[in-house]
Design a protein around this ligand. Structure first.
Ligand code: NAD
Length: 429
């Protein structure tokens, strides 16, 4: 843990909001309203363990703002979960849903626990307790929990089952990120990584670069990274290097091949959690390097798709002069001081709030399908996703070009303006 405010997510989120509010000349009541979450809930969750003991877990749900629609946001199971991170993520979710123009607000929740230390039955009871002990917070027209860090489609399906049992009626839109059979959406696994490729394609148009002549280096080899690579290869790009975490050694490795990586080949030597086996990769002809070297590759596009705080001010000098685009798949991969240096280097940034919004959009599609009880084909979902992200990109790029704002600031101005305008129209401020 560090005391550096650059690593306190809520301080970063509020600092970012204050800066944009100044830039927009936002009036005082709106500032005071949007700077804090509207509701915060903490609830105790007694859980009977397999050996008969009772453990007490603590759940949190923060609803930042729901003026644009029911609040929507993940449930995280993580031993180090902090209320400040949840507050920040709830605020960022309000901006993200507004930016991509889906009629939802922003919330986030979590339980401080390590699901790996719980049996399957204990995990099921924890998910059911999350619904029962939350005090009736949730519902398709109120607040919709979704899958997030260390929660799975199975967890979300147990939550839905409990919700419907308590309510005595079907309400599949109450929870998103469910299994397909329980009403999950086609395209959800692909949505975030493919969405990032649609945005990279648009960024390359702005820079007059042909995707087929570009190369990329990717941090991470999980859901977002693998789907990014899959579609980026289909549009002609070449990924030269990827990195992944190695649990046994408590560090990361980067894997590089001189003519570009082969996705199928690396998938065949990776675990379900996206951990690539270094020995097996070496056997396939990959160079195995220190994990942080993903950042130094002489490519056109860098794609952080692993975790937060991966590009700090000390890292920027390591980025090769060839890099033209930083496509943020992970949440908060770049610290604010690194961000300022990247702008000086004129690297085109697709900020996280836009870059990984494909997942939110597809979750919204899941809810729409659930509420109308009519399910779409994969090709329909992907083309709707492409249209929605592309129009968000064009709005951000136009504002950025027109007003001389960074892509990150332009994204936030659009999002905050949408929320603030509705607050005024509905008479909240
Ligand atoms: P994941 O758990 O499927 O994969 C994470 C990958 O990152 C794994 O391959 C892991 O080995 C690797 N990794 C972890 N630490 C690393 C390190 N220090 N160096 C190199 N590799 C490392 O996760 P995901 O779903 O792909 O999500 C990745 C990021 O994208 C997270 O920040 C997540 O919050 C964000 N995100 C994901 C979605 C989504 O739909 N999955 C949506 C929005 C945002």
């Amino acid at each position: 843990m560090t005391d550096d405010p650059a690593f306190n997510d809520f301080a970063v989120a509020q600092g970012q909001f204050d800066r944009i509010a100044d830039l927009m000349g936002l009036e005082s009541p709106t500032r005071r309203l949007l700077r804090q979450p509207m509701h915060e809930h903490r609830f105790q969750m007694p859980l009977r363990m397999d050996d008969g003991r009772i453990e007490i877990y603590e759940g949190h749900r923060v609803q930042h703002n729901d003026i644009r629609g029911p609040s929507w946001g993940g449930v995280r199971f993580h031993p180090m979960e902090s209320i400040d991170t949840i507050r920040a993520l709830a605020m960022w979710m309000t901006w993200k849903t507004a930016l991509v123009d889906v009629p939802l607000g922003g919330s986030m929740g979590g339980v401080a626990c390590d699901p790996h230390g719980l049996s399957v039955n204990e995990q099921e009871r924890l998910c059911r307790a999350w619904i029962r002990r939350s005090g009736g917070l949730f519902g398709p027209a109120r607040d919709i929990p979704s899958r997030d860090m260390m929660t799975t489609a199975q967890h979300m399906t147990w939550m839905l089952d409990e919700f419907e049992a308590v309510r005595g009626e079907h309400a599949p839109g109450a929870i998103t990120g469910k299994t397909l059979a329980a009403g999950g959406s086609r395209g959800r696994p692909e949505a975030t990584g493919y969405g990032l490729v649609y945005l990279v394609r648009e960024a390359l148009k702005v820079l007059s670069l042909d995707p087929a002549s570009t190369t990329a280096s990717v941090q991470g080899f999980g859901n977002v990274a693998q789907h990014f690579i899959e579609l980026y290869h289909q549009i002609g790009g070449r990924v030269m290097s990827v990195s992944s975490w190695n649990q046994r050694e408590g560090g990361a490795y980067a894997f590089r091949k001189s003519d570009g990586i082969d996705l199928g080949e690396l998938r065949s030597v990776a675990s379900r959690m996206g951990e690539i086996d270094p020995e097996k990769a070496r056997g396939l002809g990959y160079e195995v390097l220190d994990g942080s070297t993903w950042l130094e590759q002489p490519v056109d596009i860098l794609v952080p798709a692993a975790m937060e705080h991966q590009i700090t001010k000390d890292d920027v000098a390591r980025i090769a002069p060839s890099v033209r685009v930083l496509a943020e798949g992970a949440n908060r991969p770049t610290t604010p001081d690194a961000d300022a240096q990247l702008l000086e280097r004129e690297i085109f940034i697709i900020p996280d709030i836009l870059g990984n919004a494909g997942g939110v959009i597809c979750s919204y599609f899941e809810q729409v399908q659930n509420n109308s009880n009519y399910y779409w084909r994969l090709d329909e979902i992907l083309s709707k996703l492409d249209r929605q992200l592309t129009s968000a990109f064009i709005a951000v790029a136009d504002l950025s070009g027109g007003k001389g704002l960074s892509m990150r600031d332009a994204s936030l101005v659009i999002a905050i303006d949408r929320v603030a305008t509705l607050c005024r129209e509905r008479g909240w401020v």
